[in-house]
Design a protein around this ligand. Structure first.
Ligand SMILES: CC(C)(COP(=O)(O)OP(=O)(O)OC[C@H]1O[C@@H](n2cnc3c(N)ncnc32)[C@H](O)[C@@H]1OP(=O)(O)O)[C@@H](O)C(=O)NCCC(=O)NCCS
Length: 244
């Protein structure tokens, strides 16, 4: 029997929302699309210095209007991928699984005993910012070239962005989430074959999460980047898909 275009997403029978579940012992953690109303939950996490100090791409302080425009943007992207897949199912029933440009489930939620859930983090997969390229003009040209490559091109370089609430650090959650997103969605549904990982020097947990998912350290990169007024140096890691 042909697989649904949403394969391997599960569907919540109550809400119809697609999701992926982490394996045991974190099986109470699911990945879902962003939702309207997530704004309040992301604010305390992204205003916690133990989280934002390792992130280069978010404003500090992280204000309600930042959260509102961010959730609107990423929810729209997620909804668009799901719509694209449902449309493919409609026009080409039983056809081959379509390659898409994003993972529609990215928000980590802890399911409670009453069935409700609590937002605890995020994992996204994007075309790589190529922080390993030191010269800014060369980097901009290579990023533009990478962004212009058509979906399915195995030479596209991708990267992960991620964070988890401090209350949930060190439980293996992001290691498992990266494994799930990489192997259940990125490789089969996005055609991802090549990735780079970047973590600020000193971010041992982030580097470990990459390494536990098969990324190899390529060295340190100082490309002159400043974050919140301070210079940062990147740990540069790389991953390539091993063909069976
Ligand atoms: C990076 C982050 C997402 C990891 O999430 P997590 O769910 O806590 O990660 P995990 O529990 O799956 O794995 C963390 C690993 O780092 C290890 N680790 C944590 N602190 C460590 C330390 N000080 N020294 C050595 N190893 C350490 C853990 O032991 C674990 O490795 P192990 O399974 O081999 O023991 C989380 O720490 C975070 O949100 N940090 C702030 C934001 C951030 O850094 N985002 C990434 C930006 S690149």
């Amino acid at each position: 029997m042909a697989l649904s275009q949403l394969h391997p997403l599960d569907i919540n029978p109550q809400t119809g929302e697609p999701f992926l579940r982490l394996p045991s012992p974190n099986h109470n953690i699911i990945l879902t699309p962003p939702r309207n109303g997530d704004e309040d939950a992301i604010l305390p996490i992204l205003n916690d210095a133990r989280v934002y100090q390792w992130m280069g791409s978010i404003p500090t302080p992280y204000l309600p209007h930042h959260a509102q425009s961010w959730i609107a943007t990423i929810k729209q992207k997620s909804d668009k991928i799901l719509e694209e897949l449902r449309e493919e199912e409609r026009i080409n029933p039983g056809g081959p699984l379509k390659i898409v440009g994003d993972c529609p489930v990215r928000y980590l939620r802890e399911v409670q005993s009453d069935g409700s859930d609590v937002f605890i983090g995020d994992i996204c997969i994007v075309r790589s910012p190529l922080e390993n390229v030191v010269d800014p003009e060369e980097r901009a040209a290579l990023v533009a070239e990478n962004n212009a490559k058509p979906l399915g091109d195995p030479s596209i370089c991708w990267s992960f962005g991620d964070y988890v609430a401090v209350s949930h650090h060190g439980r293996g959650i992001m290691s498992a989430a990266m494994d799930v997103v990489l192997n259940l969605w990125a490789i089969p549904r996005m055609g991802v074959r090549y990735m780079k990982g970047f973590a600020f020097d000193g971010n041992i947990p982030s580097a470990r999460v990459f390494e536990k998912n098969g990324f190899i350290r390529r060295g340190m990169v100082d490309n002159g980047r400043e974050v919140r007024g301070k210079p940062v140096v990147f740990i540069h890691l790389e991953w390539r898909h091993e063909e069976n």
